[in-house]
Write a protein that binds this ligand. Structure first.
Ligand SMILES: *Cc1c(COP(=O)(O)O)cnc(C)c1O
Length: 244
């Protein structure tokens, strides 16, 4: 198969599997956005999917995100999903569609400052390290409400929900409790009556290895790289990757 055809085929497969998981869980077939995680992949790959109608792409590295955003169509929705250093927020604040990886008040404050300069409100998610893994960024489930309360005070951030990367496991069923715990957090937070709770409807969870289980547990955005683009040529790097 030609590369473009292969990419479109892979995306279709992921969408079909996502839909099937929605239906199994009694959710509407269109309840979940497939975010194509294009880190390390060339612009030509992104364009192949863009031409097939895909608009949501996820990147981990600021440099790469900037350069792709500069060259590619302006209606692409760029999601920043990797660990974000405060001194790099300024490079993406003008156009990033959503930041999935807010995990400290300091980072939230920096995003507030940079978003204000662009006179825009940036949708954000709190990254939660549900399983408490040493190697991962994110706040604990226990600390998430406090960070959420802080973000609610920042006028140029709109808190939309939570993101997690589950532990890498052989059997994705093993991660079901992790996804269920994040869903429960969002239910608990939405039953409180903070001012922006009505917007907290996003759960970014599920990757190539485990996205169907995540969808069954309530995910609204799955972040899929490998199953769409194939294996990455080089491993995730520091310091902007999802691993420490
Ligand atoms: C790379 C990455 C993904 C995609 O992972 P795959 O296993 O290739 O689907 C999803 N989320 C984050 C945060 C990532 O860094």
């Amino acid at each position: 198969m030609l590369r473009d055809e292969e990419l479109r085929h892979n995306l279709e497969q992921v969408k079909e599997r996502t839909k099937a998981a929605c239906l199994r869980a009694g959710r509407p077939a269109d309840a979940v956005t497939v975010l194509a995680v294009s880190k390390t992949k060339p612009e030509s790959d992104i364009m192949a999917l863009y031409n097939a109608g895909q608009r949501d792409f996820g990147e981990n590295y600021i440099q790469e995100l900037r350069s792709k955003a500069e060259h590619l169509p302006k209606d692409i929705r760029w999601h920043m999903i990797g660990h974000l250093q405060r001194n790099k927020v300024k490079y993406i604040a003008g156009y990033v569609y959503m930041i999935h990886s807010v995990d400290t008040e300091e980072l939230a404050r920096t995003i507030e400052k940079e978003a204000a300069k662009h006179d825009r409100v940036i949708p954000v998610l709190i990254e939660v390290n549900v399983a408490g893994e040493e190697s991962k960024f994110g706040v604990s489930l226990q600390d998430a409400p406090q960070l959420a309360a802080y973000i609610a005070t920042l006028p140029h951030l709109s808190l939309r929900g939570f993101m997690t990367s589950a532990p890498f496991v052989k059997n994705p069923e093993d991660d079901r409790p992790v996804f269920a715990a994040l869903k429960q957090l969002s239910v608990d937070m939405n039953s409180g009556n903070t001012d922006n709770s009505s917007n907290m409807d996003t759960l970014s969870m599920g990757m190539s290895n485990d996205f169907e289980v995540a969808v069954e547990e309530g995910s609204t955005i799955v972040r899929v790289g490998t199953d769409i683009f194939g294996k990455r040529e080089y491993p995730d790097r520091k310091p902007d990757g999802e691993t420490k």
